[in-house]
Every structure is written in structure tokens, then in C-alpha cells.
Design a protein around this ligand. Sequence first.
Ligand SMILES: Cc1cc2nc3c(=O)[nH]c(=O)nc-3n(C[C@H](O)[C@H](O)[C@H](O)COP(=O)(O)O)c2cc1C
Length: 204
Amino acid sequence: MSNYVVGISGGSGAPYTRRVIEGLVQAGHDAKIVVTDAGRRVFEIELGIALTGDPAEDTRILADNLDLGSGSGSIELFGQRNVAATIASGSYACEGMVVVPCSMGTLARIATGISSNLLERAADTALKERRHLILVPRETPLSLILLRNMTAVTEAGALVMPAMPGFYHLPESVDDLVDMIAGRVLNGLGVDSTLLRRWQGIGD
Ligand SMILES: Cc1cc2nc3c(=O)[nH]c(=O)nc-3n(C[C@H](O)[C@H](O)[C@H](O)COP(=O)(O)O)c2cc1C
């Protein structure tokens, strides 16, 4: 069992967030979660789950609304302004972090080391400690500024994994598309998940 930090910022993609958290917890891991104000806004629009900004209350709300299974994994939310939280420190024992979705604003602040809230500080810490840091942006089209920011975080050691599902697995539903991205994220974090369908290849 390991700890993983999950950052939720204000990009579109809350269905991915839900599946990543469920995948981590169902695999027996602990998800330490921090949500930005814009992340809460989009989360409610896209999933109909209204988080309050109060960490203890939001932990209960997510536990009630997500399918976390009955294993040993758990979730815990932290306030985005609580830069004194455990996950802000390089001494915190953690396998890695994913920001899903990663808004272009959050990505820009991670790229420049601004650390203006707990999510950005935890991402900065993941980079300096050379831990897994996966960023899942969703934006189109991409300006030169956004492309440069993605290059900067990649050079610093992050893995940019855009929310771009493929169609070669012949998805039959939106859930299939969501699971394709969530499975790739979990695989990138080194977490076993049934969400990842590995391509079996096709002969000539
Ligand atoms: C419904 C909705 C959808 C949004 N979708 C995106 C998006 O896909 N990508 C993005 O970068 N920003 C998106 N935004 C804008 C961000 O939420 C906004 O830039 C915000 O300031 C990001 O703040 P944060 O980085 O602190 O979470 C969206 C906003 C709303 C309200």
C-alpha cells in the first residue's frame, strides 16, 4: 500500500479524476487529494458532486459518491490553502502525484515553480524529489505559451499525459473513453489496474 497525491484543478475532465481515485483506492492505495477552487467548480458542473472546500466534509462527500470498493485503500482531502499539510513536504513518504485534470493555469504555475497553493507546492515537491508527476491537461487548440509550458514541465521531469483517448480499442461508451485515459494514468504511476486494456496487436 502506498500514498499517491491527486491534484484536481479547474480543467475539464472530472470523470477522469473520479476513475483515477477509484482505481488507486481499489488497488489498495491511499489517495491524498487537493482540489483548487476552480477544480471544485468544474467538478460540480461535470459530476454533480458539490465539494465545500472543507477537507473533512469533502472527504465524506467523495467517499459517499465514489466507488472506492471495500479494500484497504483510503482517501483524504486537504485544503488548497493549507501549505503546512504533510504532502507539501519533501519528507512526506509518497510514490508520486497526478494532477487530473491539470488546467493550463496550474500547469503554467508548476512550470514556473510559483507554488501559490498546496496543489502547486506538492507538484513542485514531486519534481524536486524526482518522484512521478503526471499532468493531465485538456485544452485545444494549444498556443505557443501552452506548448512551451508543457515542454518546461517535461524537461523538469513531469510526464504530460493529455486527456486524448484513442479509438483503436473500439470504445462503445463515454465510460470506455474515460477508462482509457484513467488506465494510462494509473499505469504511469505504476499502479495495477484493470482499466488499462493493453493492445494485443494485429497481424499483417
Ligand atoms: C466549465 C469549465 C471548464 C473549463 N475547462 C478548462 C479546460 O478544459 N482547460 C483549462 O485549462 N481550463 C479550463 N477552465 C478554466 C479554468 O478553470 C480556469 O483557468 C481557472 O482559473 C483554473 O484555476 P486553477 O488552475 O487554480 O484550478 C474551465 C473552466 C470552467 C468553468
